[in-house]
Write a protein that binds this ligand. Sequence first.
Ligand SMILES: *C/C=C(C)/C=C/C=C(C)/C=C/C1=C(C)CCCC1(C)C
Length: 237
Amino acid sequence: MLLAKIVNIGNNPVAFTFFIGCMAMFASSVFFFVERGSVDKKWKLSLLVSALITGIAAVHYLYMRDYFMATGDNPTAYRYIDWILTVPLMCVEFYLLTRLAGATKTLLWKLIIASTWMLVAGYIGEAFSDGSTSHSVTWGMLSTIGYLYVLYTAWFGEVAQLAADSKSEVIEKGVRALAWFVLVGWAIYPIGYVVGYTGGGSAEGLNIIYNLADFINKIAFGVVIWAAATSDSAKAK
Ligand SMILES: *C/C=C(C)/C=C/C=C(C)/C=C/C1=C(C)CCCC1(C)C
């Protein structure tokens, strides 16, 4: 009987985080979009990208929430479609921040390719799992190579170098904040991945962790950019 599978939000913390995540993404998207109007011209594109990231996530949360409520299963495909659109946009945020300091499009492409690799490998690890630990571990490790590349670039590589050379406090602070998101915020995802495959296909732990990570990396990340934009715009006036 299909009805028996319908998830009851009242006693299901995962369902709860899907609802909160969904509304929070929508609200943030509206906020970033409206705030775009009150920052200096050079920040407008960054705030638009933040609004797009949370807006795209909001729509996917609608789908993921419904899918989870109806089946209790893991909405893997929706999750990765969301990420494959929003993570490259986060790379664009990096690029926009360092562009004034001389970042090239090549840098942007390197970040996009590395993070896309990270997600494609992660998707193969989750969606094509044969239930064996070796499949999950192999693809998880291949995915981690892409992650480490982005992490290295943000902390020690080109992005960090450009920020240091910029001699601009706003750019340095902004890049440092983004680098922390990649180090701490992004590291939450592999934890969810491991909880997923060690949890024997249960959709609970993994989704609660992914939802929390999205909240931090999409909403809080956007707020940090908004704060940098607002304080810099105030100085410019
Ligand atoms: C808004 C969505 C974001 C910022 C998603 C980020 C996703 C990751 C950093 C995922 C990383 C993974 C690994 C490093 C290894 C295991 C597989 C993944 C895809 C969960």
